[in-house]
Design a protein around this ligand. Sequence first.
Ligand code: MLT
Length: 324
Amino acid sequence: MVIRTVLALAATLAGLTAARAQDYPTKPVTVVVPFAAGGPTDVAARIYGEFFSRTLGQQFVIENAAGAGGTTGAQRAARAAPDGYTIFVHNVAPHVAGPALYPSAQYDPVKNFEPIGTLAFAAHYIVVRKDLPATNLKEFIEFAKANPGKLNYGSAGGGSATHLACVLFGQQAGVNIVHVPYRGTGPALNDLVAGTLDFMCDQGLNMMGQYQGGTVRALAVAQATRFPGLPNVPTSAEAGLPGFEVSAATAMYAVAGTPKPAVAKLVETMKAAYKDPALRKRIEDLASEVPGPGQDTPDALGAFTVKEAARWNDAIKKGNIKAQ
Ligand code: MLT
């Protein structure tokens, strides 16, 4: 009798938990962003967060947990309860590079996270302060060569995509440049506009507004084709630095172990977001792209995360890249 009652109770509880997971979300969801507000990861998270809030009827609240190139926030998310009420939006390169660059970072970028989907792909641009005496990339590289150790660039911290992109730029252009880390690309861009920084290897997602306002200049896009929304910005190859190609992917992950119905609901909402014309326009207006066919699934993000982890770990070892 007692055993039967206990079993019945257990079955009821299991049923309730399943029903609760099906009803997900029943309260606000925290979206951990590991960089400062106003930067590209934050902006993409807010654009999608609005769509998720509207579609799922609960607020998706952004929490900026910046520091240590994004590893502070990644650790915060990795340790959160796997109940679907903490999710994580990060830029894939710093996400996977973090543990290799910060020995104190206690998280596994693949094992501790469940891929939901990519929010945006954004090429990096060489963006300079508006009064820098160089009108194109060739002149800029000559200027940097004539001033070794003098030109400074801002990034979102050691190991962030804006740092890694500039490390590659420095290696490929053969220039000695100085890294100034910030807690996010948003605050770094403010200093580029103010003229205290010389340049950045920034994402379109961040610099588009300032570029359009004429407060910074873009000398090249680090990809093989020009971005349609920025037809006057040459590719790195056209501008004289072939092979300098870097693009950022901003992605959403749940905490590993999150109940399957919650993961399924997040994935379904992500797919609906990709089809929303207003959301697509907001992303495209920021010189970025919503994932296309073949890139628009959690499996594609999972495979990309694994591939990027191998690529950046290798680059960090070979290039002896340090967090600073
Ligand atoms: C980066 O890795 O540089 C980030 O995307 C920065 C940010 O979002 O602020």
